[in-house]
Design a protein around this ligand. Structure first.
Ligand code: BGC
Length: 772
């Protein structure tokens, strides 16, 4: 620590700060419900030393795509360098590796007056270098422990590489398969998003943010980003109070309660107010009602983008709106650094608001232990030992196989015997070593995943012949492999079918075909909305041609969104949903294909019959004319079913389960009381297997119309053949309450239905009444 250049008064206060800080033993409680008094004192003492330019500087976050040599000589980088030296930057994103982070931290430590360390952030969405399944896929495991474990490994690898903060988890309820970012969250259900989000937050943050293996999480995008009209990214969101409070906000409330250190706001507007400038959301609800003391970062450039929305006249106006609304840190808009001081002088914002935002930044820096040692996460040896280790890859394989969903398996075509004479592995994604890494793959290296072809070869012996044919290219490469995803124009191959003949030839001579089709890594993710959610390019042609010569087709799907599988499920006996499963994809799929692992995943999103049904979700509201034979006209379609082809919560196993004897221990309770629901689940097949037992409720009459079914609990259990387990759920105030027309969370008296089953279409039902 260099304090020699500080004036005397500062030396005294700062040595005080650093002495207090060096008392170890004290864990920094990441739960933000109660403030840690000793940290608050330190925050105050630093704040007292700060000049206005330094305060505003803490609210600035830059992207630095530079390596250990530091900023380049470009004008933009030189500007950032000057600001770093003056201590006018609070955080950097996109700088990775211990060497680069150390060099950047050094600039601040060696030049700035107060030497307030930077926080380094990065989008670690589903793994750092060891890549886990995309979040949507991982959610299909319905296994909160392994999701927590994968987040904690991602945190450990990131922290070992010098990072302090990830922009994850995304907990935007996502109901429109056209939206490219469906892949990044936990699907269509608010309850599932909440519990999965909390598991991920706990995994990233652990119990102690100052631990060298943990990083700060970021609940995003606050709020409504998943509801963009027509699935277009960044699009306008039109929701009312009921949808906002009962569907969109619950995962965020859970994240705030779980102590998510940070939140990110969103690009979209909600009913005409951009989320970034939304005071009710950020100041009144998040920081007010929920009493959350973490830091809100803007989304990339979203402060400046309020001009394009037509909500701010210019950048200065945008800065004023954003700060007033409670956006603490400006990511890459350059609006705060340029205008906050003038706005303060003009009294358009207050010093109290600035101080509050700065406090939130400093608090996190103290919690992370960065004041104690700005280089505490910078240790090359730890980076070498922890990143992409064999142990981490083993967990990635386990998480991946647990995320696979068996959608169809006629005549038990799967699992395959390892003694088969011949297997055809066909399709544009069959030997793709890159797509399984999915979008937002952080430092996952280009082409580093195990392809399915490799996985199959690893699994079978020499007596099984593997015949491979790509069949068709999915896209026409337009830029160098591994290049920036945002620059990647996806041009689908719609003309070159010259490889289909070979695919047909290998299909003909094989006992069974593994047809690997779907979406490549960059078809989903940010800015990747699509109007066609079927098999693009010439994949349908490939499917039909192969089907003609071999009916034993297992469709191995790789994708980041619900797809239109109507034709595929008409003809293929077996469909295995494999998402983008990460580094160990091929091995994990082979584990399921050959029965070394009995699939246990369940869909976290509804799969439609066709794109015209989107947005499609199970927990819809009834209209006055729900679909029924009684009505001549009804809410639905004339040319397609109203329901999903594969519903939410659905997934098969190599064994079968039965549900009986659903019991409620009471028929009536008072609001605030408890009811126990129990059910017997039996493994009726001849293999051990896991089942996700799901609990749904319906509040039959509400002051806001309530969904026809709502997931309220689940438990994943393992059953041996013939074994029965009784699974119980407690239904209480938390289960039954909703945000009512009184603008508050309460349980409304009346009748409720309860269902338990293996997916959202379960009909095993009981009812009870909540009395006044
Ligand atoms: C995305 C965020 C992401 C940020 C930083 C934005 O474009 O919307 O989710 O965290 O970039 O990379």
């Amino acid at each position: 620590m260099k304090i020699a250049i500080l004036p005397l008064k500062l030396i005294i206060i700062s040595s005080l700060i650093f002495t207090v800080l060096s008392c170890k033993n004290e864990t920094t409680n990441p739960k933000h419900s109660t403030l840690n008094e000793s940290i608050e004192k330190k925050v105050d003492s630093v704040l007292a030393l700060m000049q206005i330019n330094e305060k505003i500087g803490q609210l600035v976050q830059y992207s630095g795509k530079w390596n250990a040599t530091g900023p380049s000589s470009t004008k933009g980088d030189q500007h950032k360098l000057e600001k770093l030296k003056k201590g006018e930057v609070g955080s950097m994103l996109n700088i990775t590796s211990v060497a680069s982070i150390r060099e950047t931290q050094k600039i601040v430590m060696e030049h700035s007056r107060l030497k307030i360390p930077l926080i380094f952030a990065y989008d670690v969405i589903h793994g750092y270098k060891t890549i886990f399944p995309i979040p949507l896929g991982e959610t299909a495991s319905w296994d909160l422990d392994i999701m927590k474990q994968s987040a904690s490994i991602a945190a450990k690898e990131s922290a070992a590489s010098g990072l302090n903060w990830t922009f994850a988890p995304m907990i935007d309820v996502s109901r429109d398969a056209r939206w490219g970012r469906v892949m990044e969250g936990a699907g269509e259900d608010p309850y599932l998003n909440a519990v999965v989000g909390v598991a991920r937050i706990e995994g990233f943050q652990g119990d102690d943010l100052s631990d060298i293996n943990t990083i700060a999480a970021c609940a995003k995008h606050f709020a409504g980003y998943g509801f963009g009209e027509a699935g277009r990214d960044y699009n306008t969101v039109n929701v009312g109070a009921n949808e906002l409070h009962n569907t969109i906000l619950p995962p965020f409330k859970a994240a705030a309660e779980a102590g998510a250190a940070t939140f990110m706001n969103a690009f979209n507007d909600i009913d005409g107010i951009p989320a970034t400038g939304h005071k009710i959301l950020q100041r009144d609800i998040l920081k007010g009602e929920w009493n959350w003391s973490g830091l809100v970062v803007s989304d990339w450039g979203s402060i400046g983008e309020m001009r394009a929305h037509g909500y701010a006249e210019d950048k200065k106006h945008a800065a004023e709106i954003a700060l007033n609304a409670g956006s603490d840190m400006d990511m890459e808009s350059y609006a705060y650094e340029a205008h906050l001081e003038t706005l303060l002088n003009e009294k358009k914002i207050s010093i109290h608001q600035i101080d509050d935002a700065v406090r939130r930044v400093l608090r996190l820096k103290f919690e992370l232990g960065l004041f104690d040692d700005p280089y505490k996460y910078c240790n090359e040896q730890r980076e070498k030992d922890n990143v992409y280790s064999k142990e981490n890859l083993a967990v990635a394989r386990d998480v991946a196989r647990k995320s696979i969903v068996l959608l169809k398996n006629e005549n038990s075509l799967l699992p395959l015997s390892k003694q088969l004479k011949s297997i055809a592995v066909i399709g544009p994604l069959a030997d793709d070593k890159d797509s399984p890494l999915g979008n937002w793959r952080a430092k996952g290296e280009y082409n580093s995943a195990v392809s399915l072809l490799e996985g199959v070869k690893n699994a079978v012996g020499e007596n099984t012949k593997i015949h491979y044919a790509k069949g068709v290219d999915l896209t026409i490469p337009t830029i160098a492999p591994g290049a920036n995803q945002f620059l990647l124009p996806l041009k689908f191959n719609t003309t070159d079918d010259s490889g289909i003949a070979k695919a047909v030839e290998v299909a003909k001579k094989s006992d069974v075909v593994l047809l690997v089709i779907g979406e490549n890594a960059y078809q989903t993710g940010e800015g990747r909305s699509q109007t066609n959610i079927g098999f693009l390019g010439l994949q349908n042609e490939l499917l039909e041609a192969v089907y003609k010569v071999n009916k034993n087709i297992v469709i191995v799907l790789m994708n980041g969104r619900p797809m239109d599988l109507s034709r595929a499920s008409e003809i293929a006996p077996t469909i295995l949903e494999c998402w983008h499963l990460g580094s160990e994809s091929g091995n994990a799929i082979a584990d399921v294909v050959f029965g070394d692992y009995n699939p246990s995943g369940k869909l976290p999103v509804s799969f439609p019959h066709n794109v015209g049904q989107e947005p499609l979700y199970y927990n819809q509201k009834n209209t006055g004319r729900p679909y029924s034979n009684k009505h001549v006209t009804f809410s639905g379609y004339r040319d397609a079913p109203k329901k999903a082809l594969y519903p939410f919560g659905f997934g098969l196993s190599y064994t079968t389960f039965s549900y009986d004897d659903l019991q409620l221990d009471k028929n009536e309770i008072k609001a605030g009381g408890d009811i126990k629901a129990s059910v017997n689940v039996t493994n009726t097949g001849d293999r051990a297997g896991e089942e996700v037992v799901q609990l749904y409720i319906r509040d039959l009459v509400g002051s806001f119309v309530r969904p026809v079914k709502e997931l309220k609990g689940f438990e994943k259990i393992m059953l041996n053949p013939g074994e029965t387990k009784t699974v119980s759920f407690t239904i209480n105030e938390k289960t039954l309450q909703f945000y009512t027309a009184n603008n508050t969370w309460e349980v409304e008296p009346g009748e409720f239905n309860v269902w338990v089953g293996g997916d959202s279409t379960t009909t095993l039902k009981k009812s009870f009444t909540v009395i006044e």
